[in-house]
Design a protein around this ligand. Structure first.
Ligand SMILES: [Zn+2]
Length: 275
């Protein structure tokens, strides 16, 4: 969870409707990226939501896990902060879910988000980027946890309303690296205009895309030569960043630290755990 309305609303829904959804237990996962007051506030609102709902939350502090913040990793590896952040969060979310023994890891991406990125990828990225947006991505036992996006058919405006009605406190400050993605914005504007003329258009498009994707199976996933985590190539994206940033491969400390934290959290009382 980032502390934004999407991930926090998803947490509320999974907990409030857990029984009817057949969910046995929900854990929160938050990565503190080390971005000053923005990260401090994000962690605070995530922990507040978890406390209110009696959810155990695993807080992974990037700086203490790897020795580097997102800003430092981006500068040292000479890669854009948002791309480094995406890799780090995906890596740690999967690792934490594996160590917690979770059946699935759920992401709070809503329909408007997914449609914008699907069409943007169609325009600039191609098929591989499009496939990543599938609402369900199957896992590989012991390596990759199943990924689900339960809000896939939820309009962003409905999600905003839900967060307001529930009184969910979200992070007020903005990520210092937030930038304006003009292609995604232009695509979003176009979709909004079509939706105004043809209500339900977005939902229809989202459903057609799901059919096109089917249930994504993890083709070509092997384990990283360095860390043993899932990778589409010889070395995973996380290890590549760490190698470029530090010049030496990351050790097994990240995994053992996450494993130790997950074990304490799973065995303990409800409450936050940071490390
Ligand atoms: Zn690796």
């Amino acid at each position: 969870m980032s502390g934004g309305k999407d991930s926090l609303s998803l947490l509320y829904m999974l907990v409030k409707h857990g029984e009817e959804l057949g969910i046995r237990e929900v854990y929160g996962i938050h990565v503190n990226l080390g971005l000053g007051s923005y990260s401090a506030e994000s962690e605070e609102v995530v922990l507040e939501a978890c406390r209110n709902l009696g959810v155990k939350c695993l807080v992974l502090d990037l700086k203490s896990l790897t020795g580097y913040s997102i800003a430092e990793l981006a500068a040292l590896s000479k890669r854009p902060p948002c791309s480094v952040c995406g890799v780090v969060k995906r890596y740690l979310a999967n690792l934490a879910a594996l160590e917690l023994g979770a059946d699935a890891v759920a992401f709070g991406h809503h329909m408007d988000d997914l449609l914008r990125f699907a069409l943007k990828n169609l325009l600039v990225g191609g098929r591989a980027g499009m496939l990543k947006l599938s609402p369900v991505a199957e896992g590989v036992p012991g390596l990759l946890v199943r990924k689900v996006k339960p809000l896939y058919e939820v309009y962003e405006s409905d999600l905003e309303l839900y967060a307001r009605i529930r009184g969910i406190r979200v992070v007020g400050s903005t990520c210092p690296y937030k930038y304006s993605d003009f292609i995604a914005e232009a695509v979003g504007g176009m979709l909004d205009r079509i939706e105004r003329e043809a209500p339900g258009f977005k939902l229809g498009l989202a459903r057609r895309l799901t059919k096109l994707w089917g249930e994504r199976s993890p083709e070509g996933v092997s384990s990283c030569r360095v860390c043993g985590m899932p990778s589409s190539g010889d070395v995973c994206s996380f290890c590549k960043i760490m190698l470029r940033a530090t010049g030496s491969p990351p050790g097994s400390e990240v995994r053992s630290r996450v494993r130790a934290l997950a074990a304490v959290l799973a065995g303990g009382d409800a409450g936050p755990l940071s490390g």
